[in-house]
Design a protein around this ligand. Structure first.
Ligand code: SF4
Length: 341
């Protein structure tokens, strides 16, 4: 078994059920996550009996970096999993530290019209170890400490909900990855039942929702998920989330030329989010050769932003971190894997 597939709790239970002590799990975790020791024989405070048990049962999994694209503000990594599937993650250099955007699945079934990741259908969910090892692999490679994580790369995190829940435990546990809840963001395209479940966890983890349209007519055209969960269902679920957690929700909005970037769209979006604990993150679209959708021009983006501002909506325009990289999420993997898969 890959030891990174265990939360602290799970490792404790496993060791206890095999006749060892609960605190042995903390000892092992400290060696791995704090001291960076990846050899059970070097964990000097463990008994010989425990070391031979661990050597027999566990291995330290790792991910292979097979390509890195670098720019001033962001580096993009193509990673290979044990079964040769490939995923991506992106390290961004912000004023406040290094932030890593990770993948949650191999491919994605949500089929958003603008997205490279959705073009290559879902192959499988990522395991807990594959989620966690994206952080560890990039930290080791860059010799830098990652201070925040967003689950916004390839895949729909709430379609891999159980592992995301366990991932939150590992990332926010001080003895493990040790990134504060407020520095972890999960981004969903709007799987409504999972938004309720996530709200009920009552963590301090941030939630972002890819809305990308102010009404169902437009959203139906660009996001298949809208056939299952309408905008009003999402807004109701977000009201519940905010009531439960008192956390501000980020509304992601990709600007697509002639689709969702009109002044009327801006006014409609304002009416939707106004007076709610929400803020809108406007994202200039990264065009890819596989889709005909175009990026809104800077004038339209600014006008859209101004209308939201005039309506007292908290809004930012996302800084473009990597337009000279294969910048759309999933694009680097898609380049390697080819089309039509
Ligand atoms: S935008 Fe997100 S949910 Fe939609 S297809 Fe891409 S990865 Fe999946």
């Amino acid at each position: 078994m890959n030891i990174y597939d265990f939360t602290l709790n799970e490792l404790e239970n496993y060791l206890v059920s095999n006749g060892f002590k609960k605190f042995n799990a903390t000892q092992i975790i400290e060696w791995m996550y704090e001291k960076g020791v990846y050899d059970f024989n070097k964990m000097t405070n463990l008994s010989k009996n425990l070391i031979s048990f661990l050597c027999e049962k566990f291995y330290f999994g790792h991910l292979e970096i097979i390509e890195v694209e670098k720019s001033n503000l962001a580096n993009k990594y193509l990673l290979e999993l044990n079964d040769h599937n490939k995923i991506e993650c992106v390290l961004m250099n912000h004023d406040y530290g290094y932030s890593l955007c990770i993948s949650s699945q191999v491919g994605c079934n949500m089929g958003c019209a603008f997205c490279e990741s959705g073009r290559l259908k879902k192959v499988r969910d990522l395991t807990l170890s594959e989620l966690v090892l994206q952080i560890i692999t990039v930290e080791k490679y860059e010799k830098k400490r990652i201070t925040s994580v967003v689950v916004m790369g390839i895949g729909e995190p709430f379609d891999n909900y159980n592992n995301i829940k366990r991932f939150i435990e590992v990332v926010t546990n001080n003895k493990m990855i040790g990134i504060g809840q407020r520095h972890l963001t999960i981004s969903t395209c709007g799987l409504v039942p999972k938004i309720y479940e996530f709200a009920d966890l009552e963590t301090g983890v941030n939630l972002a929702v890819s809305l990308h349209a102010p009404n169902n007519a437009i959203r139906d055209k660009i996001m298949k998920i809208n056939h299952a969960y309408k905008i009003e269902d999402i807004m109701k679920a977000l009201d519940y989330y905010i009531e439960k957690t008192n956390r501000r929700v980020t509304i992601e909005y990709i600007m697509l030329d002639g689709i969702n970037d009109s002044e009327e769209c801006a006014r409609e979006l304002s009416r939707l989010v106004k007076d709610k604990l929400m803020y809108v993150n406007i994202i200039p679209y990264n065009e890819t050769s596989h889709f005909e959708l175009k990026r809104s021009n800077d004038f339209k983006i600014k006008r859209f932003y101004d209308i939201l501002k005039m309506n007292n909506v908290n809004v930012t325009i996302r800084k473009e971190m990597g337009s000279n990289l294969s910048a759309a999420c999933g694009q680097l993997r898609a380049n390697v894997e080819g089309s039509g898969k």
